[in-house]
Design a protein. Sequence first.
Length: 478
Amino acid sequence: MRRFRYFVRGRGLPVALLFLLIVAAGIALAIRLPRLLAPVALMERALSFIAAAVLLALRDIPERKIAKLVLLCFLPWMGFILVLFFAEADPPAPSTANYGRGGGDLLSRTAALAERFSGARAAAGTLDYFASGEEMRRALCADLKGAKRRIFLEYYIIAEGKFWGEIVALLEERAKAGVDVRVIFDDFGCALTLPRGYAKELGGRGIAAKVFRRLRLGWGLTRRDHRKIFLIDDICYTGGINLADEYVGERIRFGHWKDSAVRVEGDVSAFEDLFLRTWYGPSRSKRKKTPPIFPKREGAEEGSFVVLSDGTQARERMGAALLPLLFGSAERTLLLSSPYLSLPHGMLGLLGSAAAAGVDVRVLIPHIPDKRAVFFLTRAYARELMRMGVKVREYTPGFMHAKSIVIDGKYALVSSYNLDFRSLYVQAECGVFAEDRALAGAVGQDLLACFEGGCDVKKAGPFVRILGRLCMLFAPLT
């Protein structure tokens, strides 16, 4: 009921109504007018030709161009509107063949990519893995109580409830103690979870807050901030966990909500830079970096890691360039988990090639979906991978939201990246890639336990397979 109230009173309803009006008008023009007026039919062909020419000129990935061209064939008027009005041009991911070759190992090659795309360099620190939101919650609240200088939050979803209520009370307390507390939340992600004007409400409690991209219909509507960054002095939490009750077991949605996060203590300057870039925009003059204030934790072993990131304005994409490098580097095992699965055919082929070469490739997806249409697409891609020899299973207890990759029990990636087109080519994302056997072992053990306790992907009949192939054609637009 609360979500419905936020939708009706907030910024989502006007945008939704305007979008539906455009869709209805486009369909009406596509169906009715060409039958009645020859000049309108001629205009339809002209507009389709213009849209196709613009589409072919865009620096975009081939899969998205094909999907939009097919849309133009079926619905010329609506396709014209979507191609031009919602244009989201991104360049193809550059080849990773020559990045970091001099370093030899996978971490140095990944670090070379990160420096190339975002300026981040390899760093050292202690890495702790949390296999559930409940585990992360306890550590996070303990760290919050001890914050001395800064607390920066950047999240896709923040939802009113017990978890956020506990956090915001601690944020208010630390702000009164003189800690620099700032919050960034995505307007689309929070459209149904926070009331209108919530940034001002937080400001009244001493918490500086900004909204990422006010929800408006038009160019850039789908470019959202999907990051999860919780920066506390020299500690940063990231991964798949948003600040909502279902992520920490306070609310049951879609069965058991399986998620994960990583806690980094040490050199977190790359995360600070990501946050400040979003907070201040392109201006560099206003950014003030905070010097380290905590020494190395006694008795803890440090691991080497790289902070990965993509911004919504990035002309080149780190995630799309990194995945082929990771998939092609596995020699023994490659474990992956993602709530959504829709990869470019080239990346699917790399996973299939790895499996054919004897690598134990396993992919874990949800069994209980949060979005049925997207889940249908995820299963279609899962069956395609299974056909190539990749092992795919579903997390039986509920919804698998963790986004992790483990390579040969030595390297681990914990991030906000889903294995889909939106994360790889459109949204702002972040994560940690580490060469740390302890972290890789913890993530790998968690994924293997979920994999072994899961179930096989449901077999599809002829009609479902054909429909799945059709949906895969439009996957780049989802």
